[in-house]
Write a protein that binds this ligand. Structure first.
Ligand SMILES: NC(=O)c1ccc[n+]([C@@H]2O[C@H](COP(=O)([O-])OP(=O)(O)OC[C@H]3O[C@@H](n4cnc5c(N)ncnc54)[C@H](O)[C@@H]3O)[C@@H](O)[C@H]2O)c1
Length: 443
């Protein structure tokens, strides 16, 4: 493993982590440290929309529940993640961060994390595969006791190539659906070596982040990349899970005619009764003008479908990995006739028709946009912070398995969010409480 591009310097940090003292910059590998001031401004802008995480940070700074822990995080390097890193540092932990996707890093945020918050950060937007894994390895080199993952790449690296460091790790968290699926497969194979909390499974995560966060930011990413009119456009959403539901609803809100492609009969009925047409992938390929995948599965639109698509069709993905569109096949079909026509838009010329792929088939909301709005990440990352606190206290009691976020944490996050939004709800009256627990009363 090489870490040659990774550096630390004597410039001093200036944000929360400096605590009024002079400290050298931590080890890091970021694109341009001079972007730090811009990153700081954007991190502070996001913080305004993250009141729950801010409350947790204040409490963590007092109680220091993570004191002395070393945490290794592999997350999208965005303004919201920066605020999570600040919360973890306030809680007393040392944290090192790398990106969970080569195209989602916001270079100004990475710079600000190093310069203003003293967080060892290894992330450059557009890094190649070798650089991506060099960054993950740099985080593993900090000997984490807790892993934080978004997509399971860090956990997978620890279990497959860095078993030397596995014994140090006592617990972990996982942010997204695809990561949880991979972890459950590991647990089923008896291969998972430590307990992991599936943050994605908190209701205050997937009901809001996956649905409303990805719904809005996916449409935003498509608009930023293409500036096409969505009203009246025939859009196909593949996958009607939490993410797909959000994208389909938001595209409809923009006036698109939306069809859904599903493989699960229950989800397909749900899409139908939500008012969408449901089509097979082949039927949708011939019908659609805009395609968005959000399945967590592979090769949803592939060679046989590209051959059916109309001239000008736009293809994007919002699932975790860049394998939902079979781009290898599309490249073969086009030979040399591939060119970038706008930032994040590549034209594939099939001879008689041209198709346009956004953000290299990587998650379009993060690669062509800024990812989820901070307000929704407030709840996801509040779950992350509280899950870390829980793991520090309870990791010894948890088996080597995938665990759900305790219900009391989930409810607490919802309660704090409502409070921050100034929304009041009623408690049950004593009579209602007794009624809800009784079985004697009836017709
Ligand atoms: N872009 C983002 O910021 C972001 C945010 C959250 C989740 N994600 C990712 O989005 C993906 C979907 O997450 P989710 O929470 O909606 O998962 P989910 O499990 O709720 O939904 C996935 C849906 O896809 C369907 N599906 C599977 N294979 C299919 C196929 N071949 N054709 C059509 N449909 C198929 C499934 O039946 C299911 O209904 C995951 O990869 C997840 O990690 C991305």
């Amino acid at each position: 493993m090489t870490t040659s591009a990774i550096s630390s310097t004597e410039q001093t940090i200036s944000g929360d982590a400096a605590n009024g003292q002079t400290a050298s910059l931590p080890e890091h590998d970021v694109t341009d440290r001079s972007l730090a001031a811009e990153g700081l401004r954007r991190i502070e802008w996001a913080e305004r929309e993250m009141p729950v995480l801010r409350l947790i940070r204040v409490r963590f700074a007092r109680a220091r529940p993570l004191e002395g822990m070393r945490i290794g995080a592999c997350l999208h390097v965005t303004t919201e993640t920066a605020n999570l890193m600040r919360t973890i540092v306030a809680g007393g932990a040392q944290v090192a961060l790398c990106a969970s996707n080569p195209l989602s890093t916001q270079d100004d945020v990475a710079a600000a994390l190093v310069v203003h918050f003293g967080v060892p950060t290894f992330a450059r937007r557009g890094v190649d595969r070798e650089g991506y894994y060099r960054h993950l390895n740099a985080v593993v080199d900090t000997r984490p006791q807790i892993s934080m993952d978004d997509g399971c790449d860090l956990v997978s690296l620890l279990h497959r190539q860095r078993r030397d460091e596995l014994a140090n790790v006592v617990a972990g968290t996982e942010e997204t659906t695809t990561g949880v699926i991979r972890l459950r497969a590991m647990a089923a194979d008896n291969a998972l070596e430590y307990p992991i909390i599936a943050v994605n499974e908190a209701k205050t995560k997937h009901l809001f982040d996956n649905r409303y966060g990805t719904g809005q930011s996916t449409v935003d990413g498509i608009m930023r990349a293409t500036n096409v009119l969505l009203a009246g456009r025939r859009a196909v959403v593949a996958g009607y899970g939490w993410v797909g539901r959000g994208i389909a609803a938001r595209l409809r809100g923009m006036g698109s005619l939306v069809s859904v492609v599903e493989v699960d009969p229950i989800r397909a009925i749900e899409a139908l009764m939500d008012g969408f047409e449901v089509r097979s992938a082949a039927d949708a390929a011939a019908w659609g003008e805009l395609f968005v995948t959000a399945t967590g599965n592979v090769n949803i639109f592939r060679r046989e479908h590209f051959g059916l698509m109309r001239d000008g069709a736009i293809l994007a993905n919002s699932g975790h990995f860049d394998d939902e569109l079979e781009l290898g096949a599309l490249r073969e079909m086009c030979g040399q006739r591939i060119r970038e026509v706008r930032p994040d838009v590549v034209e594939y010329d099939l001879g008689d028709r041209r198709l346009y792929v956004l953000a290299e088939g990587r998650l379009v909301n993060l690669a062509a946009g800024e990812g989820h709005p901070a307000s929704v990440m407030d709840m996801s990352f509040a779950n992350q912070a509280l899950a870390l606190e829980y793991l520090v206290k309870h990791q010894a009691e948890l088996g080597r398995d995938v665990h759900t976020v305790p219900a009391e944490i989930d409810r607490e996050v919802a309660r704090l969010k409502l409070e921050a939004l100034g929304v009041h709800i009623d408690p049950l009256t004593a009579e209602q409480l007794a009624y809800s627990k009784s079985w004697e009363s009836g017709t």
